[in-house]
Design a protein. Structure first.
Length: 178
């Protein structure tokens, strides 16, 4: 019984921490849809979301920067943070790059297998959102443990903007093909 409670407590804590990420992607989706409703090109709505989401998401989400201290972070802790962050970013870019290569194959006159570009795009969008959330949780955890010198607002905005750009690109691939 305590295992499920620990899981539930951790899930609630993670969702609270991820509020800015969820709001950023929600703003991206709403601006993209709003652009279509107003008979504007999808690219215009997504561009507005790529700019507004990463900036407004953390402000609206009111993410609390509790815990940690402003003392100097140990060299080993800095190395752990940077190594974990770089491995996660590498995975994000590698999988998206692989999906892009597959999309080029699917664009051939006879695509291999039964996978469609739309299906690949949805998978890439879901993966990108999940990896953005994972990187955010990694940075937030390190910031909570080691202070405000880690996972600063600029890094948070860059992460959300990368996630928004990748997601927008896959949405354009998917919707542009349908």
């Amino acid at each position: 019984m305590t295992t499920s409670m620990d899981w539930w407590t951790q899930t609630k804590d993670d969702l609270d921490t991820l509020r800015p990420v969820l709001l950023s992607f929600a703003i991206l989706a709403v601006t993209g849809a709003l652009g279509k409703v107003l008979n504007q090109p999808l690219e215009l709505g997504l561009l507005a979301g790529v700019i507004l989401g990463p900036v407004a998401g953390p402000m609206i989400g009111k993410w609390k920067f509790s815990g940690g201290s402003d003392e100097e972070v140990k060299r080993e802790d800095q190395a752990l943070y940077l190594d974990g962050k770089m491995k996660r970013y590498s995975l994000l870019f590698s999988v998206n790059g692989g999906a892009f290569a597959i999309a080029k194959l699917l664009n051939a006159p006879t695509p291999p297998g039964g996978l469609s570009i739309g299906g690949l795009s949805v998978g890439a969008i879901v993966f990108t959102v999940l990896m953005t959330a994972d990187i955010w949780l990694w940075g937030a955890g390190m910031r909570k443990r080691h202070g405000t010198t880690m996972f600063r607002p600029v890094g948070q905005t860059i992460l959300l903007m990368i996630g928004a750009l990748l997601t927008s690109g896959w949405a354009l691939v998917s919707i542009g093909r349908s």
